[in-house]
Write a protein of this length. Structure first.
Lengths: 329, 329
């Protein structure tokens, strides 16, 4: 049997040769990596410049992904394809024109919001969610045109349902879990999960302890139970993995992810004043190199070979085949 | 006889559907257009966004050029290929990383300086020319690597000679004339012309009246005489056209080109307080649509069919075949 395709739908590690080597150790064919949260257009350009340096210095381990076929090329050359994405719309500032500019720079996925209200819609930590803004609808139309994927992982419920309805192309929740597994607003309701599946979209299971039923103590069987229940709701073809691994990041980065430039009093996001740190890692996913343990868990849970293929990477690959293309192609 | 390839090595018109239609009327297969002078990185992104709008709205007339083969595709589909370039290095700010970022955005040519000293070298209006800076050498190395063409049209003599020597790939003077035709520092000495030719580079003849022997009154035979004398110095294979047409631009744009954000007292560049305006256009090149008159003039001057082919576009096409490619290709 040929090795299974493996795609991780979200990571924000402290990128280094060591991490890229661990991606290879885990036989990851592609990873969606976060290139910005709160950065301005200019700051994202600097981050992309940094990725150009990575692609040059570590060309033996990683390569940029522009189309789904690039994932196959990465796989064939035993490298990991890097799909750049944004966890927030800050880098487009207030300009619709920057959608196609960043698409040309291989930014292929954009969350409509992080935790707060954005120029496009509402994040899940807001008390009010007014749905998509006028700019939000305009940007989704442009993202649909150029082939930039709409991601609503951190987006509030009404805004997420609005986005699914507004987008003419299937959207994703790259990294989140069902609220039935862990009742945080950061996770997704059955209503959202069903709407996403009906629209042809994809949800990646998060391995971030705050999104899991027993936090850092969540066992692999508990994780795969959650997968099985989600499959009953959405169908296996709409589910995948998005670990949300933030390996080697110092706590300052976590604080910045939560606070950006918007807060003068500390915001703890999913943490608290008592627990302001990164959560303890899962025993079965200490880092990128252990990505394959998810596969072992799914097999042990009794998923069929075809189902494990789909969940571990096949669904991402299938989805990306069309999603990365400009509309006119 | 099939129609001759026509490439203009520099224009900075006030872009509009009318101008693009005139490019087609002139059967221009490709034009190097200026995307920025004094703009910051962020401002260039906005200009590139504006070009994305043009490419979308006028896809029947123009298309972006990423490789020399795109010029052939433009020609075959009766469109004009647009090659984006910069007349100054302002948009890379102080970051080497932005060279590859802008290359990915199809910025394929960059002048090392406009009229003033830049972070890379000296412009021709400075009284002192210290040659290439440390950053200048670093940027040329990176431009060579990614396939961004070094242009020294407005660059001072020593800096130009330094750049020709430093660059491992042939450079261009996209739009300037021999000093023997008009003794302005903006034009090029025989020393520069010979060094450029020896390095395999290309110079495009400017039709901007301030660069011509009799200003706006320069006749087409005077222009083609200048061409003939330059051919004797450099060889026909190193010469081409770069009209420097700035059609439909208001005088405010000229003032901004000259003054950017650097001067509080008006700088008149090649003009003067008495003549602060755009020069009167040439009688035989009132605008983009009359580009073909140059061809008529060259034929009348007695250049062979092969020579006219080379000058009108063949040399640009041949040069761009390699010049636009990243080094590793």
């Amino acid at each position: 049997m040929s090795e299974r395709l493996r795609i991780d739908g979200l990571q924000y590690c402290r990128w280094s040769r060591e991490i890229f080597e661990q991606m290879r150790a885990a036989r990851l064919d592609a990873v969606h990596v976060t290139a910005a949260y709160w950065e301005s257009a200019r700051e994202l350009m600097a981050n992309i410049g940094q990725w150009h340096r990575h692609f040059e210095a570590h060309a033996d381990l990683i390569m940029p992904v522009r189309s789904a076929a690039d994932i196959d090329r990465a796989r064939q050359s035993q490298r990991t394809g890097i799909i750049l994405g944004l966890q927030n719309c800050s880098p487009i500032e207030d300009s619709i024109d920057l959608v196609s500019v960043f698409k040309q720079l291989d930014v292929h996925i954009m969350q409509l919001s992080y935790n707060n209200q954005s120029l496009l819609c509402s994040g899940y930590l807001e008390s009010e969610d007014a749905g998509l803004s006028r700019f939000g609808r305009s940007v989704i139309r442009e993202m649909n045109r150029v082939g930039m994927i709409v991601d609503t992982s951190h987006t509030a419920e009404r805004s997420t349902l609005d986005a699914i309805a507004c987008s003419t192309r299937p959207t994703v929740i790259s990294h989140a879990n069902p609220q039935s597994a862990s009742a945080t607003e950061r996770n997704k309701s059955e209503r959202v999960m069903r709407a996403l599946a009906e629209s042809g979209g994809l949800m990646g299971f998060s391995c971030y302890p705050f999104h899991l039923p027993n936090g850092s103590k969540t066992t692999l069987p508990e994780f795969t139970d959650m997968v099985a229940r989600a499959v009953d709701v959405m169908g296996v073809e709409h589910l995948a993995i998005g670990t949300d691994l933030c390996q080697d990041q110092p706590v300052e980065v976590l604080t910045w992810m939560r606070n950006g430039n918007w807060a003068k009093t500390l915001d703890y996001g999913e943490g608290s004043a008592e627990q302001p740190h990164w959560p303890e890692p899962l025993s079965w996913l200490g880092g990128v190199s252990e990505f394959g343990n998810i596969e072992t868990g799914l097999e042990a849970r009794g998923f069929s070979r075809t189902e494990v293929d789909a969940l571990m990477g096949g669904n991402w690959r299938g989805y990306l085949e069309d999603a990365l293309k400009p509309k006119s192609d």
